[in-house]
Design a protein around this ligand. Structure first.
Ligand SMILES: CSC[C@H]1O[C@@H](n2cnc3c(O)ncnc32)[C@H](O)[C@@H]1O
Ligand SMILES: [Zn+2]
Length: 434
């Protein structure tokens, strides 16, 4: 049994923070939570870790990424999505190797721990390598093998990708930290038949489907020209638009489509920095939330963002809505914190995560308030959203186990991951003749 105490404990965006609060952790769960004095006197025998002038908060949830793309960070910048994908990313991904994906994911998890992330959604190729990295690092993830109609460097033809997805569902049905989802890449890379086959698998395993949707104006025009419908209506006509669908981006939506997503209980992963950098636009997040859509927050891959800092992503998400609408009341800090915690957790199929409650899982992070840019603290949620930076996170716990303590990652060798990714980047440079 362990007691963790801090000057501020944020249990969820809905509740006022506990001042001088404490948690009792036992067997991966929160046995009790309350004022420090009360907890200390009730559990006098427990080991105490007092974080002092710090904020202890629920682990953050990155609702959409391609973690292993750390290996391509900065490889191609300042381009629109389709040019970026078709001229740079897809060609280099044809040379992907399992070890690239593994080390890329390891480095990504280190970066995510440093921004307080304890759960992430991942779609990539050679996803079994990401799974290995997740298992070793002690993080939680909802993930799946990316599927598209053209041959994959991992599984070759699509039918093998569908078989691999089924295998992953079977192999990880009982895992305590991993959930599998079916991951068709997008409506412009997956035919209607592919999408129907994916929906059939996801239905049989009662699992999530994760797809990029309505990311750019070009995508909307292309799908309209090809199928006579916009991407959300296209998916609806194929039977995919339901509570088990998690869509990334949802930037180019009409009011009618927002209502449709809300009615079908579709979940959205908002990725503001990737959308800004690729010039895709700004997702209508306040309207989605008002309509009742569950909207989580994601970084997208580190080759389009170009980082995995979910703390910075919260700030960007809040700021762009204000600038876009000339209305500073749009997307307040509390709402964006909900997106990065409980809404993200719900979207990824872990409704018990994203908050700190009695009998709930002990997945949490801590930032120390000693730095100048975190002084003073009137409101800990404001500090996290508007003032904090990724490097301010000192401690991270997943399922009651510290994965980072005093700014040091405990579960794997971060320096080794950095070194391996540097070596991989040399291979990639040679491949590209740079
Ligand atoms: C099929 S595995 C995932 C696939 O998605 C590519 N990707 C990365 N970022 C984006 C984005 O913003 N929109 C669409 N596709 C993206 C990634 O490179 C993989 O090929
Ligand atoms: Zn993406």
């Amino acid at each position: 049994m362990q007691i963790l105490s801090a000057q501020y404990v944020i249990t969820s965006a809905k509740n006022p923070p506990l001042i001088d609060g404490a948690l009792v952790i036992e067997k991966g769960k929160i046995l009790d939570i309350g004022p420090k004095k009360q907890i200390f006197s009730h559990y006098a025998q427990a080991e105490v870790i007092d974080f002092g002038e710090s904020i202890l908060f629920p682990g953050l949830v990155n609702a959409h990424t391609h973690a292993s793309m750390t290996i391509f960070r900065g490889l191609a910048d300042d381009l629109p999505l389709m040019t970026w994908l078709e001229n740079y990313i897809f060609p280099v991904e044809r040379h992907l190797k399992p070890e690239w994906v593994y080390w890329g994911a390891k480095l990504a998890i280190a970066e995510m721990f440093r921004s307080g992330v304890t759960l992430f959604a991942d779609m990539y190729l050679f996803e079994e390598e990401v799974i290995k990295a997740v298992e070793e690092a002690g993080v939680k993830a909802t993930l799946g093998e990316g599927l598209f109609d053209f041959p994959s460097p991992n599984y070759g033809p699509l039918e093998n990708g569908l078989a691999l997805t089924e295998k992953l569902f079977k192999d990880f049905a009982e895992h305590s930290r991993i959930k599998i989802m079916a991951c068709p890449h997008a409506t412009y890379t997956c035919s209607p038949d592919t999408l129907k086959a994916v929906a059939n698998i996801a239905e049989r395993y009662d699992a999530l489907i994760h797809i990029h949707l309505s990311e750019t104006k070009d995508e909307v025009s292309l799908i309209k020209a090809r199928y006579g419908k916009t991407p959300p209506f296209h998916l609806d006509s194929l039977g995919l638009l339901n509570e088990r669908l998690l869509v990334a981006h949802a930037v180019q939506l009409t009011d009618e489509e927002i209502e449709l997503l809300a009615k079908r209980q579709v979940k959205v992963a908002h990725c503001p920095e990737s959308n800004l950098k690729l010039g895709s636009g700004v997702a209508p997040v306040p309207a989605l939330l008002e309509a009742g859509v569950c909207v989580g927050l994601g970084t997208d891959g580190p080759a389009s963002n170009n980082d995995l800092d979910l703390i910075g992503e919260m700030r960007t998400a809040a700021l762009i809505q204000k600038g876009l609408t000339f209305d500073p009341t749009k997307l307040p800090a509390k709402d964006v914190f909900s997106m990065a915690t409980s809404l993200g957790a719900e979207a990824l199929g872990w409704p018990e995560l994203g908050c700190l409650t009695k009998d709930g899982p002990a997945d949490l992070a801590v930032i120390r308030l000693s730095s100048s840019h975190l002084t003073p603290c009137y409101d800990p949620i404001s500090i996290l959203v508007y003032s904090a930076r990724a490097g301010d996170v000192t401690d991270v716990m997943v399922a009651g186990e510290f994965v980072m303590r005093d700014s040091r990652i405990l579960t794997f060798d971060e320096d080794e991951a950095k070194q391996k990714v540097l070596e991989i980047s040399q291979e990639i440079k040679a491949l590209l003749g740079r």
